[in-house]
Design a binder for this molecule. Structure first.
Ligand code: ASP
Ligand code: MG
Length: 420
């Protein structure tokens, strides 16, 4: 059996929904489970709804209405029959969020975020299912929250693998014998039936969870790029497609910030030796990239750029050493403020980290650090990671830049740079 994942860009308008259905049609005879994300930028829009609701700005309903009309316009293009049941079905999904917005916010931000933002995936999966049925494809809508069980860490829920695997194995194979399953990425459920989400861009991870529990042969992530490239075309004119990658290289690249696949996706696939194919929904005939156990192929140098980096240097106020108890306190503060460290380095009396400049939570972190340490901050830096580096690749990225910190480890080199 195989698992397909379609992200937001692959269902961003009526035409793209049709394209996804045409891809499913080609594989309709296979055992296939399809995971779909929210349409286009819906998750961001619903996040704005949540923020406005929490801050009680009076805009939440207006913003939700805009999301609703946007989906409505897509429905109008896909379903000419005005009495098609999908119209009511989608309207009812929105009503559930309207009910939340009518009350004053009582619960935590993270909890409310998950209850509101999950609407995007519910709606997109229902629209895709209804359209595929209209095209006479044998599809069945499945609620991922009945299968992916998590703890209650809202917005970043951890999967209860045992329970999830048991339920998926018990119920899904019989359906897959007859129909293509369409379900949601990104969402799961607590044991008390509250909706959780698995972290932003988490639909890839959902696909990996289903694939792992079903012992899939292969998973395909359909994207608007030809596959895994050796750099983001946003930064480089001449990018190369990498036809085959080992699991380890894929894990390394995503760990250092390659955004082509969610970092949590690869490990469960590697454990079960399930191949991951990343290919283009715009050009379904071209094979893209295969991530699998491989010793083939010469390593292609890959580049990962992260802009808006903040370098934080931390020293104990009394200039004592940076020792384990300091480090554990520092790491706790990062964890507690949900800040991911992109690069770190420690010397006897200082600890250096580079992080994304995400605004509010960085300010909160700095405030807490300053209570106990001497802290200096430099913003506006760039972090460049090169996998399979050599001097030539380093020189290539350093034009008009100066190195502030450099770290080489095995095949990977990280350069924190300042623009000249
Ligand atoms: N829709 C969710 C997000 O944008 C999940 C995903 O796209 O993978 O974060
Ligand atoms: Mg998305």
């Amino acid at each position: 059996m195989q698992v397909f994942k379609f992200g937001g860009a692959s269902v961003k308008d009526a035409e793209s929904v049709k394209n996804v259905a045409s891809i499913i049609a080609k594989y309709r005879k296979d055992e296939l489970l399809v995971v779909v994300s929210a349409m286009g930028k819906t998750t961001d829009r619903l996040m704005e709804v949540t923020n406005n609701y929490i801050e009680q700005t009076g805009q939440a309903f207006i913003l939700l209405d805009a999301v609703k009309s946007w989906h409505q316009a897509i429905l109008n293009q896909l379903f000419p029959e005005v009495k098609h049941p999908i119209y009511d079905e989608i309207a009812n999904c929105f009503v559930e969020v309207e009910w939340i917005l009518e009350e004053e916010p009582q619960d935590t931000y993270d909890y409310l975020f998950d209850q509101i933002v999950s609407l995007g995936e519910i709606v997109s999966s229902k629209i895709l299912t209804a359209y595929a049925k209209q095209e006479e494809l044998p599809v069945k809508w499945v609620d991922a929250r009945d299968f992916i069980f998590t703890d209650n860490t809202y917005r970043e829920a951890a999967v209860d693998w045992e329970k999830t695997e048991e339920k998926i194995r018990r119920d899904l194979p019989a359906i897959l014998d007859r129909e293509v399953i369409i379900t949601q990425g990104f969402i799961g459920s607590t044991s008390e039936n509250f909706t959780t989400t698995l972290g932003r861009e988490g639909s890839d991870y959902s696909a990996a969870i289903f694939a792992s529990c079903l012992n899939a042969e292969e998973i395909t992530i359909w994207k608007d790029v030809p596959g895994v490239l050796n750099a983001d075309p946003k930064w480089f004119d001449h990018t190369e497609l990498i036809p085959e990658l080992s699991y380890t290289d894929a894990i390394e690249l995503t760990y250092y910030g390659a955004t082509v696949i969610h970092p949590k996706t690869i490990k469960p696939l590697q454990n079960k030796k399930i191949a991951l194919n990343v290919r283009s929904f715009l050009n379904p005939a071209s094979p893209g990239t295969f991530i699998r156990s491989t010793n083939n192929g010469l390593p292609v140098p890959s580049f990962i750029f992260k802009v808006k980096q903040v370098l934080i240097s931390i020293q104990p106020r009394d200039f004592s050493f940076i020792v384990e108890d300091n480090l554990s306190h520092i790491f706790n503060l990062f964890h507690h403020n949900r800040i991911k460290i992109n690069m770190m380095h420690n010397s006897a009396i200082s600890f250096f980290v580079s992080i994304d400049d995400t605004g509010k939570n960085v300010d909160a972190l700095l405030e807490e650090l300053e209570k106990r340490y001497k802290v200096t901050v430099e913003k506006g830096l760039e972090l460049i990671t090169i996998r399979y580096f050599n001097q030539e690749t380093i020189d290539r990225v350093l034009v008009n830049k100066e190195i502030i910190r450099e770290l080489k480890d095995g095949y990977t080199c990280q350069l924190l740079v300042r623009k000249l």
